[in-house]
Ligand binder design. Structure first.
Ligand SMILES: Nc1ncnc2c1ncn2[C@@H]1O[C@H](COP(=O)(O)OP(=O)(O)OP(=O)(O)O)[C@@H](O)[C@H]1O
Ligand SMILES: O=P(O)(O)OC[C@H]1O[C@H](OP(=O)(O)OP(=O)(O)O)[C@H](O)[C@@H]1O
Ligand SMILES: [Mg+2]
Length: 282
């Protein structure tokens, strides 16, 4: 039976459960369920703290897990990233009160508060900076106001929390994070069951990123239209009863949809329809 770790709390939990549901797996109905067997898919789900997931997977106790790239890199597990999942996107940044330091090179001797001491220590070592790292559990942004630290290193999504604390980002992002599927790096190649789970999750990611577009276009314009909607392999072109026209069907990137519809219209395409894709294997 495939054994999968799923975040039980925090920003990763709900979207991870949602993605597994969309991929056809049973998920828990109540928050107090710690383990759930999905017999139809021969899979067992363990709901664990996001920070612990790489540890369980890296120790070989569980086959795969969903966690944050930043949490994976902060620890010392033997887990490795198998597939980026496209949600819980954030950056990891140093931030401080304006005027405390002109750049990261001025951090020597300063106190840096963070919930990710592994990432920060490694970054400082790589820059050859000796600074004190203070580990806090959360709400790190308040550490400067309360005099516990001079600088913070934390997760930034919109930047609203930093702004509210009167802090400003300093330097480039230390890393870009998102939810990732992890597995034991010491194992051999992924098992067929792990590959199937990864393929299903990838199917959900692609179904979210793409839409299906259908339209009719005059035969003379079909090459130009297909250049606009090349699809993944090649668009489907079907004959219509009126020999002067064909019907075209192709997947297009969701965020390009309106630009492509406008350009197809200019080419004379009509009956342009866009529909959601629920799931796919490419
Ligand atoms: N505001 C946010 N936007 C996007 N991702 C976030 C945000 N806050 C945390 N994360 C991501 O969530 C993961 C951390 O999950 P964790 O459960 O430890 O913290 P959390 O989501 O902040 O929950 P809590 O602080 O309530 O325990 C990391 O991968 C982190 O990058
Ligand atoms: O850039 P923003 O959109 O403001 O998001 C970033 C904030 O979100 C998370 O905090 P959370 O609410 O999880 O509290 P925590 O610090 O206690 O983890 C993270 O730790 C940052 O503080
Ligand atoms: Mg948090």
């Amino acid at each position: 039976m495939l054994r999968v770790a799923v975040p039980n709390k925090g920003s990763l939990s709900e979207p991870a459960v949602e993605m597994l549901r969309e991929a056809g797996y049973r998920q828990r109905a109540a928050r107090h369920e710690l383990v759930l067997v999905d017999a139809d898919n021969d899979t067992e789900f363990f709901f664990l703290r996001p920070r612990d997931i790489a540890t369980y997977v890296g120790a070989g106790q569980l086959d795969v897990g969903i966690t944050g790239r930043d949490l994976l890199l902060d620890g010392h597990s033997d887990a490795e990233e198998l597939l980026p999942l496209g949600f819980a996107r954030s950056t990891f940044h140093y931030a401080t009160v304006p005027g405390t330091a002109a750049s990261v090179d001025d951090f020597a001797g300063k106190r840096i508060a963070t919930s990710y001491p592994g990432i920060v220590r490694r970054d400082l070592d790589a820059r050859g900076i000796e600074a004190e790292v203070i580990r806090l559990d959360g709400a790190v942004e308040t550490a400067v106001r309360l005099g516990v630290a001079d600088i913070v290193a934390d997760v930034v999504e919109t930047g609203a929390t930093l702004r509210q604390a009167g802090l400003e980002v300093l330097g480039e992002a230390i890393l870009h994070s998102e939810a990732v599927l992890v597995r034991d790096a010491r194992g051999g190649p992924p098992s067929p069951q792990v590959e199937q789970l990864a393929r299903r999750l990838n199917g959900v990611i692609i179904a979210r990123q793409y839409v299906m577009i259908d339209y009719d276009v005059r035969v003379e314009a079909v090459d130009d239209a297909c250049a606009l909607t090349p699809g993944i392999e090649s668009p489907t072109v079907s004959p219509l009863h009126d020999k002067g026209w064909v019907a075209v069907r192709a997947m297009v990137e969701r965020k390009q949809t309106n630009r492509i519809m406008d350009e197809l219209w200019e080419l004379g395409a009509r009956g342009i329809l866009v529909t959601d894709i629920l799931a796919c294997r490419l």
